[in-house]
Write a protein that binds this ligand. Structure first.
Ligand SMILES: NC(=O)c1ccc[n+]([C@@H]2O[C@H](COP(=O)([O-])OP(=O)(O)OC[C@H]3O[C@@H](n4cnc5c(N)ncnc54)[C@H](OP(=O)(O)O)[C@@H]3O)[C@@H](O)[C@H]2O)c1
Length: 220
């Protein structure tokens, strides 16, 4: 099945957490790392997040680079229940780049109508045990002409993409703090029963960004 090239971006503590137990994630990494994330956004056709990230962080996901990119990346959200606040920042700046919501409109026709009214494009997709069928989402994005997607989390979306075998590259920004086992994990459960089943990546770059490290990995 054709799909876009997927880059997974993670901004974590030393122990691989993307937020505190209460969901606070802004900001784990420093200014230099965050500036690189803006450039990564500008270099991709779309930026994708899970619905919980929208509900918790309310990001705009536009690329704030200087100068701004010639074309801003589209914003893509996955949500089974279309449970996205209509006053989310992304809809406030919808003129800058489209917002595409993948979910199940039949679950909530009322929310479907509300999100369409604020300018979202709703794409119907089936769900499985772990949420929307991400393989179907990626196939549809490819059909819509998206060649590259930056997945910015959270941990559940990241795990779904890994499970689907869809992550081609990882951009990992690691900050020198620890958040502990009750912090939100960079990747939700994957339930591998043997190391041999775990996907391996090859490190292709390692840089210092002020106090942080930036590691880049390609699928091995
Ligand atoms: N440090 C970082 O780089 C970074 C980046 C992003 C987020 N975060 C943090 O991560 C936390 C959110 O992460 P999270 O793991 O709880 O949630 P998430 O991955 O952002 O979103 C998960 C939600 O997405 C929807 N979903 C639908 N289909 C899915 C599928 N196939 N796979 C995964 N999700 C699917 C579900 O919501 P519905 O019920 O609506 O279907 C699910 O609850 C927040 O605290 C945020 O601050 C940190």
């Amino acid at each position: 099945m054709p799909r876009p090239r997927i880059t997974l971006k993670l901004a974590t503590s030393l122990d691989g957490r993307i937020a505190t137990a209460t969901g606070e994630s802004q900001w784990i990494t420093g200014e230099a790392a965050r500036a690189e994330v803006q450039k990564l956004r500008a270099a991709h056709d779309a930026v994708m997040v899970g619905a919980e990230t929208v509900r918790q962080d309310n990001p705009s996901l536009l690329a704030r680079t200087e100068p701004p990119p010639a074309k801003q990346p589209a914003r893509v959200i996955v949500t089974t229940r279309l449970d996205i606040p209509p006053d989310a920042k992304m809809f406030g700046d919808i003129a800058a780049a489209p917002v595409i919501v993948f979910g199940m409109p039949r679950v909530s026709p009322a929310r479907h109508a509300i999100l369409e009214a604020v300018g979202a494009r709703i794409e119907a997709v089936e769900t499985g045990a772990g949420g929307v069928d991400v393989a179907a989402v990626l196939e549809r994005l490819s059909a819509l002409g998206f060649g590259s997607v930056l997945a910015e989390g959270g941990g559940r979306l990241a795990a779904s993409l890994i499970e689907a075998g869809a992550v081609d590259r990882i951009e990992w920004f690691r900050a020198p703090l620890v958040l502990g086992g009750d912090g939100r994990p960079a990747l939700a459960d994957l339930s591998y029963d043997a190391l041999a089943n775990a996907p391996r990546f090859k490190r292709v770059a390692l840089r210092e960004l002020g106090p942080d490290l930036w590691e880049s990995y390609e699928r091995a």
